[in-house]
Design a protein around this ligand. Structure first.
Ligand code: DC
Length: 216
C-alpha cells in the first residue's frame, strides 16, 4: 500500500488536533501536529530573548534548529516538548513566526519528508492547500469564533490560567487574521477539501463524519 496522507486544516480551536489524534490511532498511522513545529521555533526564540519581529534573527534560530517527531511527540534539538509550547505567551507570538516564508520553507521540508516516508495525518493551516496538494483526503474544520473561544477558555482554566473569555475570543480572531492574510501559504480551504462545521458537535460526531469519508 502507498503511504496514506490525510490533511486536516482549519482555524485555531476548530478541533483539528483532537480529531486528528483519534483518527491516527484508529487507522494506526502517524500524527503530525504541524502547529507544534511553529510553536517550537517560537518557544526557542522566546527562551533566547529573540525579538519575534526581527525576522532575520528568527530565521537564524529556525535554521539552527532540529525538529523531529517520534511516537507522536515533537522534539526540539533532541528534547521532547510538552506543555511549554502551549502557553499564552507562545500562542500570542506564534502567528508572527509562522508568517515568515523562510521559516515555513524549513518546516514544510520536514513535513514533506515525514509524509513521504510514512502514512500520516497532519493538522495545520496549509497542509491540503500547499504542503500536500495531492493528499489522499483533505478536511477543513471550522467553528464559530465563540465556540472556538469557549473551547480554548475551558482548556486554559483547566491548566490554571485566570483568563477572560472576551480576550480569548479576541486573541483567536487576531490569530485567524494573521494566519489568513499572510502572503505565503495562508490559512485557506483547499478547493477539494471537505468542510466540516464542528460548532455544537461533540468529538465523536466529528470523528464519525471524518471516518465515514475515508475508504481504506
Ligand atoms: O494549530 P496551532 O494553534 O498549534 O498553530 C499555531 C500557529 O502556527 C498558528 O498561528 C498558525 C500556525 N500554523 C501555520 O501557519 N501553518 C501550519 N501548518 C500550522 C500552524
Amino acid at each position: 500500500m502507498n503511504n496514506l496522507v490525510i490533511a486536516v486544516d482549519g482555524p485555531a480551536g476548530a478541533g483539528k488536533s483532537t480529531i486528528a489524534k483519534i483518527i491516527a490511532e484508529k487507522l494506526n498511522i502517524n500524527y503530525i501536529d504541524t502547529g507544534a513545529m511553529y510553536r517550537a521555533i517560537t518557544y526557542k526564540c522566546l527562551q533566547n530573548n529573540i525579538n519575534i519581529n526581527n525576522e532575520d534573527e528568527v530565521i537564524k534560530i529556525a535554521k539552527n534548529t532540529e525538529i523531529d517527531f517520534r511516537d507522536n511527540n515533537i522534539y526540539l534539538d533532541k528534547r521532547v516538548l510538552k506543555e511549554e509550547i502551549r502557553t499564552m505567551e507562545v500562542s500570542n507570538n506564534v502567528s508572527n513566526v509562522a508568517k515568515i516564508k523562510e521559516v515555513r520553507y524549513l518546516m514544510v521540508d520536514v513535513q514533506r519528508e515525514i509524509g513521504t516516508r510514512n502514512s500520516v495525518i497532519l493538522d495545520g493551516r496549509d497542509i491540503g492547500s500547499y504542503v500536500f496538494p495531492n493528499a489522499d483526503y483533505k478536511f477543513f474544520l471550522v467553528a464559530t469564533p465563540e465556540e472556538r473561544g469557549n473551547r480554548r477558555y475551558k482548556e486554559l482554566i483547566n491548566k490554571g490560567y485566570e483568563v477572560n473569555i472576551d480576550e480569548i475570543i479576541n486573541d483567536i480572531v487576531k490569530r485567524d487574521e494573521i494566519d489568513s492574510n499572510r502572503e505565503f501559504a495562508p490559512l485557506v480551504k483547499a478547493e477539494d477539501a471537505i468542510e466540516i462545521d464542528t460548532t455544537g458537535k461533540d468529538i465523536n460526531e466529528v470523528v464519525e463524519s471524518v471516518i465515514s469519508k475515508i475508504n481504506i
